[in-house]
Structure formats: C-alpha cells, structure tokens
Design a protein around this ligand. Structure first.
Ligand SMILES: Cc1ncc(COP(=O)(O)O)c(C=O)c1O
Length: 337
C-alpha cells in the first residue's frame, strides 16, 4: 500500500462496495454509472471522514494524544465522525459548531448530525461567525491550550488551514488503491471519478493516489463551499503536500488535472437549489441512494448536468464517490414538502 509507512487506526468498515447504478444509467442513456459507497464506512453512520480519521487518529496516537478537537458547520459530518472516533478510542473530545448556514430552523439546528453529536456525549462549543476558517481553527487551538493546562493531551484537526499536513487525505490515497483493485477484479475500467470538494482532503487524496499509481483517470470536483478559482488553488496545494508525503514528485501534478466546477454551489454552502433537490430525489427514487443537501446532492447535481450535456462518451464507466452525509437529511424537512 502507498500509505504503509503512516500510522493508522482501524475505524472504518473497508473496503466499501463499488456498485452499479443501473436505473440511473438507463435514465440518462449515456455513460455507465457506478457508485463507490463511502456512505457505508460505518463509524456512526458513515461518510468520507471515517477514512480520513483513520490517519488523523493514527497521527494523534503516535504523538501520545488522548483528546480530539475539531470544528465544522452545525450539520457537520466531520464533527459527528470525529466524536465517534474519539469515543471508540476512549478519548476526550470537544467540538465546535459554526453557524455557517443562515435562516435554518429547529430541525437543522437540533436534528441529524447535531442529534448524534449530543447522543455520543461530546462537549460542544459554538462559533458565531459563519465563514471564518482561520478564526474557527484558532478557537480550537486556543481551547487545546486550556485543555493542556488541565492535563489533557489534545490533538486538533483543523479544516481551514491548507498549510497544515493533510493526514486525512491519506485515507483517500488508500481509497484509490481500493477502487483500482475493485476495477481490476471486476474487469471494469474506470474512465472518470466525480466527487464533492470542500476542505479538499478527499479530492487531494484521490488525485495524489492516482498520480502515484500513474493512472490518468480524470477527477471532477464539484465545489460545495467556495468558488472554483479558490478551490482549484486549494486542491492543488493539498495534492502537492500529499505527493510529498508519498515521496512522489509534486511536478507530476499538472494544472489541467485539477478540475473544479462551482456550478452547483449557488445559493451557497448548505443551501438547497432546484438542481440539488432534483438530484437528491432522482438518486433516492432510481437507486435508493440517500444523498445530502450540502455535499453529495451537489456533486450528484453536477454529475447529472454533465450527463445531460453529454460530457461523457457513451459506454464510459463513471464512478460517483458517495462521501456520506445522510444524517443531515433530517435537518432539511423542506425536501419533502
Ligand atoms: C458528506 C461529505 N461529503 C464531502 C465532503 C467534502 O470532503 P472534503 O472536506 O474532504 O473535501 C464532506 C466534508 O465535510 C462531507 O461531510
């Protein structure tokens, strides 16, 4: 494995299935559609953060830490799975929920991921400013300093800072190896991968993994949080860091490999649009696949647009990476209205 030299802790149910989406393939009559089921990674209801946490917690363990701190939006899946990871380790955990999405009601603020965060008994802090990545991370580093004085050995998982080591991306380097093996054993050549891109840990891990394996499969990232120009820079910077961690020449990353589109981002982070609502409903109806409004619904809306514009050749095998997020559906009752 490309990531063998790094310490990891087993937290996720792996490998996740790589399945066909026959009904959606028929509906859009173009590419053959597949889905990589990272919504089935376990760790308190699945999602991409389970793979990432295996390496963050591994790194924390190698430093002798006993406490996890992290930050995210109110309906953050990353926060939920970080709490779950700490619970499995028997560690202390404190999280911070940022008010990033305006105008949301009781369900968004109390149901879904928040309900699970509370069920697992995490200490929750709140951060009033919606879009202040550095400030939000800093608040957690400040809290870590206080915890040190109380005798804890804290480990902060920052989400904003691109200048930090992206340990979590290693989980997606591993996912690439898993997918390539699955494609070889089933004799299905993968022609494209489609995913949602936020902190960019997932996107960077997938790109770096493909480069390390000398695979030229294109990766289409749909922006869930920021515009495509800034997201491209972020993915590029993180991918270079991951390549360095893997001892692969970072010049192998070419600009044209970093594909980000912000077509699905409007009206903003965590907010539904007609295209996203339609994508969530199509996936649920056709394949019983449950997507979320913030991440996977947006990525699927992007994929559907590409299919409608015939951006893939007929018969090409396209893999949609289902990165999870299902619990947050309960924060959006308007989807069923
Ligand atoms: C369900 C889901 N999908 C995708 C993403 C984006 O992944 P990344 O932050 O690694 O870019 C997240 C991030 O929180 C997520 O929760």
């Amino acid at each position: 494995m490309l990531t063998n030299k790094f310490t990891k802790v087993k937290l996720a149910h792996l490998p996740t299935p790589l399945e066909r989406m026959p009904n959606m393939t028929k509906k859009f009559a173009g590419a053959n559609l597949f889905i990589k089921r990272d919504d089935a990674t376990g760790l308190a209801m699945g999602g991409n953060k389970a793979r990432q946490l295996e390496y963050y917690v591994g790194h924390a363990m190698s430093l002798g830490c006993d406490t996890l701190l992290t930050t995210g939006a109110v309906q953050s899946n990353h926060v939920r799975q970080t709490i779950a990871a700490a619970r499995k380790m028997g560690w202390h955990v404190e999280v911070q929920l940022e008010y990033r999405v305006e105008g949301k009601g009781k369900e968004y603020n109390e149901s879904g991921n928040v309900y699970l965060d509370k069920l697992m008994g995490a200490k929750i802090h709140y951060y009033e400013v919606g879009e202040d990545e550095e400030g939000a991370d800093k608040a957690m580093y400040d809290r870590a300093e206080e915890l040190k004085k109380e005798g804890y050995k804290p480990y902060v998982i920052p989400l904003g800072a691109v200048n930090k080591t992206p340990w979590g991306s290693l989980g997606y380097v591993e996912c690439v190896e898993e997918m390539i093996l699955q494609s070889q054993t089933t004799d299905i050549k993968i022609d494209a991968i489609v995913l949602g891109t936020g902190s960019a840990n997932t996107h960077a891990g997938i790109l770096a993994g493909l480069i390390a394996l000398n695979c030229d499969i294109p990766v289409y990232g749909f922006c869930v949080r920021r515009d495509e120009v800034s997201q491209r820079e972020r993915v590029k910077a993180k991918t270079k860091k991951v390549l360095k961690m893997l001892n692969v020449d970072e010049n192998k990353l070419k600009d044209e490999m970093v594909k980000c589109s912000d077509w699905v981002l409007a009206p903003g982070y965590g907010l539904l649009s007609d295209a996203v609502t339609e994508a969530i409903k199509i996936a649920a109806y056709e394949e019983a696949i449950l997507l979320d409004p913030t991440y996977t619904g947006k990525a699927m809306a992007g994929l559907i647009r590409m299919l409608r514009k015939n951006e893939f050749k007929k018969g090409e095998n396209v893999v949609f990476l289902h990165t999870g997020g299902t619990p947050s559906l309960f924060g959006y009752p308007e989807l069923n209205e």
